[in-house]
Design a protein around this ligand. Structure first.
Ligand code: NAD
Length: 256
């Protein structure tokens, strides 16, 4: 039987790289994201890999839409073996000016959606005695940087939630792990490069070298396909003993 992966935020950046890698391994894919060409991406990846795909643009700010996304995925594919909670947003501001609505949106999308999607899929994974939940946290789930109050709080929260889900899933072959990447050059980060260049009056090259990659020992962006490889490993049947962990993929950032 083909397994199916539901990947939030899979029509852009890291999520798309993960979706393509899982498709290459023969998984069916439930695509999700707000990108306008989501349907087209879903069809193309399905055709190229001879797998079944579907697409949803559920807004993760809406708890009902998240539940609906999970229900639709289960009814479309019969079952979902792998849930990858990947979608996320960023906002950068000193705490004194940090808008409450940005805080609320980041907590909702980056943290609460992980809880709501995992809760919605839980009983189905439990009945199937198989589940792999992989949460894309961040190096900011383990370390802080200034001006990222909401993002750092949410990503730390994701790691805490990952541990609880791992404990609760242990008797039913449901594992839950987090992946904590350093900087990856995706649309999310390209936006930050532009914002920081403006804020610090630096060139974009200077922002990358002197600010973004300052804390990474390896002075290169993390390639998206390396994150996808780790996710594929964590989803394997044989990875059943690996649970409750937060895997860094951060070019040595947290080694310091
Ligand atoms: P991205 O901007 O390329 O993709 C984010 C995805 O989330 C998109 O598909 C977008 O449509 C979706 N999304 C955002 N808000 C949504 C909403 N309200 N409802 C539904 N979907 C929504 O970003 P990315 O860099 O690929 O980030 C993916 C994940 O990886 C995020 O959780 C991010 O925090 C994490 N991460 C990124 C980096 C990095 O350097 N890029 C580093 C560490 C962790």
């Amino acid at each position: 039987m083909k397994k199916t992966a539901l990947i939030t935020g899979s029509t852009s950046g890291i999520g798309l790289a993960i979706a393509k890698a899982f498709a290459g391994e023969g998984y069916n894919i439930m695509f999700h994201g707000l990108e306008e060409n989501g349907e087209e991406i879903s069809r193309k990846v399905g055709k190229e890999n001879n797998i079944k795909t579907a697409f949803s643009n559920a807004n993760l700010l809406d708890p009902g839409a998240i539940e609906n996304l999970v229900e639709t995925a289960i009814s479309n594919f019969g079952s979902i073996e792998v849930l990858i909670n990947n979608a996320g947003i960023q906002y950068v501001s000193p705490v004194a000016d940090f808008p409450l609505e940005k805080w609320n949106a980041i907590i909702a999308i980056n943290l609460s959606s992980v809880f709501i999607a995992s809760k919605a899929i839980w009983n189905s994974m439990k009945e199937n005695k198989f589940g792999r939940i992989i949460n894309i946290s961040s190096v900011h789930g383990l370390r802080a940087s200034e001006f990222k109050a909401a993002y750092v709080a949410a990503k730390h929260g994701v790691i805490g939630l990952t541990k609880v889900l791992a404990l609760e899933g242990a008797g039913d072959n449901i594992t839950c792990n987090a992946i904590c990447p350093g900087y990856v050059k995706t649309p999310l980060v390209e936006g930050q490069i532009k914002d920081q260049a403006k804020a610090h009056q630096l060139t974009e090259e200077e922002v990358v070298k002197n600010i973004m990659l300052k804390k990474q020992a390896v002075k290169e962006f993390i390639p998206e396909d390396k994150i996808a490889e780790l996710a594929i490993f964590l989803a394997m049947d044989n990875a059943s003993s690996i649970t409750g962990s937060a895997y860094t993929l951060d070019g040595g950032w947290t080694a310091q």
